[in-house]
Design a protein around this ligand. Structure first.
Ligand SMILES: [Cu+2]
Length: 131
């Protein structure tokens, strides 16, 4: 009896966690897509005050490129608190989304890539070191 009650509590707890995760990224109706993200930049180590290209390769569970997604990249400087600019990225080649950005300061930057595609929405954080 006590044992089965514990299971119910555990299930309820995990359900609540899932609900919070889903609602925190834009509504319970949004599906969390099983995308894989890979981030790269040109140059590999961007310099502050100079334009760099940031690219996200997005693939689905089968490893196929995710085409036609709406992709954004938000940049956050981890060494100082200030505005967090967001850029729209465009599909440069199948499943590869690129944007041209200017990291205003050197140091550690978090790049949050958000993708809304046919299988739903997903996002992932990356860290970039800017010279
Ligand atoms: Cu900064």
């Amino acid at each position: 009896m006590l044992h089965s009650l514990r299971i119910v509590v555990a299930l309820l707890a995990s359900f609540l966690t899932l609900t919070v995760l889903l609602t925190s990224c834009g509504g319970a109706a949004t599906r969390v897509a099983p995308y894989t993200f890979e981030l790269s930049s040109e140059p590999i180590q961007p310099r502050s005050g100079q334009a760099a290209t940031v690219k996200a390769r997005i693939t689905d569970q089968a490893g196929n490129p995710v085409n036609g997604a709406k992709v954004t990249m938000q940049r956050e400087h981890l060494d100082a608190a200030h505005e967090r600019p967001t850029s729209d990225a465009t599909e440069a080649e199948p499943g590869v989304y690129a944007t041209r950005v200017n990291f205003s300061m050197s140091g550690r930057w978090k790049v949050t890539v958000g993708a809304e595609g046919p299988e739903g929405r997903a996002q992932r954080d990356f860290e970039l070191q800017v010279q």
